[in-house]
Write a protein that binds this ligand. Structure first.
Ligand code: 13P
Length: 330
């Protein structure tokens, strides 16, 4: 058993309290490799932002859970070396069983999500409650989920959104003891968040997605005032990256994300954690495609991964400053 406290990590409790009071959201960025982690830490140190490093099931399979944990431990030292100590959370994204959550807690994660949202309500409560009971013994915070997001994120796939039912949230939160709640108000996983027929098509061909259901968010806030809310599926799918990818041989059709103004608005509410993964994937892919296409003789991975990392850092800084508002909150 390794405590995250010995690794210099923190849980989400204090961060969320401050984020709700200060009307901003903490970035929850996914990472699978060294360049992504470097970009996240550089961006957060430069903007003085707290950060939640997220590890998904796909990341654990791709990079190995132990290695990712040591990388997060290294990130704490790396931030110090860059000149500013920021609060860093190591979070399991979409934990799918008690055993997975336990194994992360035992190896030094400071926060876990148990995603029982696809189970019947009572089963979701029972599974979440069990994880909370174990996690809280070690002061690890737990995120639960009510409602189902549409879209694809590694193994998490759903055809359509099932909006969170506000009438369930009080009961769920009090019976499970969770520290934060992920809700479904119309965000969605992946780069193709909406089908074209769900959107309005502008004369220039761009798609305008349906607006987030702020009415549901408000109703939830009324029922559990001050309780930390999480938004998954919050990439905005920047058109400039989609354009570069398609220009250099990619085939991303009708990719559309959540408009940044809507996320900005959400960040001023009880939403205090916003999950962003796909936008980082798009930024990296765009840069790498561009370099491989324009410099065909290049074969040193550092020559395309380095610029991809620099692009990622700028993207993460932009989100922190212009969307989440978590700059200078570390
Ligand atoms: P995006 O696919 O919108 O980046 O969402 C990521 C996410 O919710 C991770 O849990």
């Amino acid at each position: 058993m390794i405590s995250y406290k010995d690794l210099g990590l923190v849980n989400t409790k204090e961060l969320f309290k401050k984020a709700i009071a200060g009307k901003y959201a903490i970035p929850a960025y996914n990472f699978n490799n060294m360049e992504q982690l470097q970009a996240i830490i550089q961006a957060c140190v430069e903007t003085r932002s707290p950060v939640i490093l997220q590890v998904s099931k796909g990341a654990r399979e791709y990079a190995n859970q132990t290695l990712l944990r040591y990388m997060a431990e290294g990130a704490v030292q790396y931030a110090k070396e860059l000149g500013y100590e920021i609060p860093i959370v190591l979070h399991l994204d979409h934990g799918d069983s008690f055993e997975t959550c336990k194994s992360c807690i035992d190896m030094g994660f400071s926060s876990v999500m148990i995603d029982g949202s696809h189970f019947p309500y009572e089963e979701n409560i029972e599974l979440t409650r069990r994880v909370v009971e174990y996690a809280h013994k070690y002061d690890v915070t737990v995120e639960g989920e009510l409602g189902v997001l549409a879209g694809v994120e590694d193994e998490v796939v759903a055809e359509k959104t099932i909006y969170t039912r506000p009438e369930e949230v009080e009961d769920f939160v009090s019976r499970t003891g969770v520290d934060s709640l992920a809700i479904a108000i119309g965000t969605s996983h992946g780069a193709n968040k909406f089908k074209p027929e769900q959107c309005e098509r502008l004369p220039d061909g761009r798609l305008v997605p349906p607006p987030l259901r702020f009415d549901i968010l408000e109703e939830i806030e009324k029922r559990i005032p001050g309780f930390p809310i999480v938004l998954h599926g919050s990439s905005s799918v920047p058109p400039q990256y989609v354009e570069i990818i398609n220009k250099y041989g990619g085939a991303l059709k009708d990719a559309v994300g959540i408009p940044e103004e809507q996320l900005r608005k959400a960040a001023t509410s009880a939403v205090c954690k916003i999950n962003i993964d796909s936008d980082g994937r798009l930024a990296m892919t765009a840069k790498i495609r561009e370099i491989l296409a324009t410099k065909p003789a290049e074969f040193d991975p550092r020559k395309y991964l380095g610029p991809a990392r620099a692009e990622l850092k700028e993207l993460y800084k932009h989100k922190i400053i212009n969307v989440l508002g978590s700059d200078n909150k570390a």
